[in-house]
Design a protein around this ligand. Structure first.
Ligand code: DUC
Ligand code: ZN
Ligand code: ZN
Length: 485
């Protein structure tokens, strides 16, 4: 048997196992795992870890906000940064804004990604305008195109949907086997506190944190889980930032509900004290939900360890610290006028490896599950997320001993800051492959823009998550009404 490429001598890890073996790759697929495999093209991985390439499943790339601001990263720079950070594929958002059609939205993002991405990609569809046409005609077409997850917002005036619209979307999604994702924060609480803070002259970035209280997230997560339970639909809660929110997810999962969640780098590694930096520097650390505190970090680590969260993401939402991004509304803009989000697509996995695996908080197998395998399974990317015969050869080769200091330049994105500047981390990806082709080779970018391909995704698989039928929606129990004798 001949191979196009053999990766020799490394220690392979999957979500369940660690073992030493060579990997034979043919036609972009893993075709052999064994010893003594040979090919003309060989990567010597002796002393290295050979892991499934990461799947960055929450990032904002070439995406306009509802108020018109554009992320600094496009599909070229965003995918390059992702690859340097150990990712072989990513799933950014395709954002429908009010007045836009769903298919128009997907076509727009196709035009942004095609010819630009150096790694494979799909999209989660953001739905901000659930018209009858969108719900009944366009969403089914989106599913047929392999876009099987989408996000809704419970906050932001120009994006949010009300509870009734949420139920409509959950129901259509369930019918087609799609996964609804939600940004869960209570809109009224946030706008009410924000207005009071601003009227009192409290406009600095540090007031972003109190304007988004933990209760706003807790209330919204509870409501989102309740709405999903009413129609027995799958639900994924993005960027969870509170222990209480995580507990609601854990409790729902324990009851059999089809509920999943993620947390993100910034909630484990940064705190709201970062918003207190002098002048407008705190704006660099503004994201929604906002940064919390050290006890919250510790509680979220425990939920990662215990399996409450299926996915660990960056929520890369890159707005430069200049007039094109964070300071678009002037150098003294109030916290309400500053774009929410921070970069992190290139640092998510080195952070989790160094602080998680390196410090004994999680096993290497948990790292693989959180960084690739679980996202592949949940989002329906069956050929990705593990190292096994027949899978895409999406592989990241890591040097577990290498220590580097984080710099802006090392992120290879279009940003002019990183929240992790100067951090020293141990364990870095050195070579990253997508479908058997080197994207980053020993620290050098070798892939050409456009080498990444769209990944059509299968419907969500809810095996093992029985859910519940509520009597009020169940004809078998006469919709909960007393059956006449
Ligand atoms: N939600 C996100 O998912 N990312 C950035 C900001 C936001 O509100
Ligand atoms: Zn969000
Ligand atoms: Zn996000």
């Amino acid at each position: 048997m001949t191979y196009d490429l053999v990766i020799k001598g490394g220690e392979i890890a999957t979500a369940t196992d660690r073992f030493h073996a060579d990997i034979g790759i043919t036609g972009g697929k893993i075709t052999a795992l064994g010893t003594g495999l040979e090919a003309d093209d060989v990567i010597d991985a002796t002393g290295k870890l050979v892991l499934p390439g990461g799947i960055e499943a929450h990032c904002h790339i070439a995406q306009e906000s509802a108020t018109g601001g554009m992320t600094s990263d496009d599909y070229r720079t965003g995918s390059i940064s992702a690859a340097y950070g150990g990712n072989s594929s990513f799933v950014p958002f395709a954002a429908q804004h009010r007045g836009m059609g769903v298919i128009e939205t997907l076509d727009l993002y196709d035009s942004r990604a095609q010819g630009s991405s150096v790694i494979d990609y799909s999209y989660h569809l953001i739905i901000a305008d659930p018209t009858e046409t969108a719900l009944n005609d366009e969403l089914p077409t989106a599913f047929e195109r392999g876009v099987t997850s989408f996000k809704v917002f419970m906050t932001y005036d120009l994006m949010r949907i009300d509870d009734r619209q949420f139920l409509d979307i959950l129901t259509v999604a369930k019918t087609h086997g799609a996964l609804t994702m939600v940004h869960a924060e209570n809109s009224g609480m946030i706008s009410w506190i924000s207005d009071r803070l601003v009227s009192a002259g409290h406009t600095a970035p540090r007031y972003h944190a109190p304007s988004h209280p933990a209760l706003a997230e807790i209330e919204a997560i509870n409501r989102a889980i309740s709405l999903a339970a009413l129609v027995d639909a799958p639900l994924f809660i993005v960027h969870v930032s509170t222990p209480e929110g995580a507990e609601l997810i854990a409790k729902a999962r324990l009851s059999g509900a089809k509920v999943f969640g993620e947390t993100c780098s910034q909630y484990l590694f940064l705190t709201r004290d970062d918003l207190d930096r002098p002048g407008m520097e705190g704006a660099k650390y503004m994201c929604s939900p906002p940064l919390r505190d050290v006890p919250t970090q510790e509680a979220l680590w425990r939920h990662l360890q215990a399996g409450t969260f299926s996915v660990f993401s960056s929520d890369h939402a890159p707005y430069r610290f200049d007039e094109t991004g964070k300071l678009a509304n002037g150098p003294n803009a109030s916290f309400k006028q500053i774009a929410n989000g921070m970069p992190g697509i290139g640092i998510r996995l080195p952070l989790l490896f160094s602080e998680g695996v390196g410090k004994g908080r999680i096993t290497l197998q948990q790292f693989v599950a959180l960084s690739a395998t679980n996202a592949a399974q949940l989002y329906g990317m069956d050929a990705k997320g593990s190292i096994a015969i027949g899978m895409d050869a999406d592989i990241a080769i890591w040097d577990p001993e290498e220590t580097r200091t984080v710099t802006v330049e090392s992120q290879h994105d279009a940003m002019n800051y990183t929240p992790y500047d100067g951090w020293s981390l141990t364990g870095w990806p050195v070579t990253v492959l997508t479908r058997g082709a080197r994207v980053v080779d020993q620290g050098t970018l070798v892939a050409k823009p456009g080498s990444g391909q769209f990944v059509p995704r299968r419907p969500v698989d809810m095996t093992g998550h029985p859910g519940h039928v509520v009597p009020e929606l169940d004809p078998a129990t006469n919709f909960g009404a007393k059956i006449a004798p």
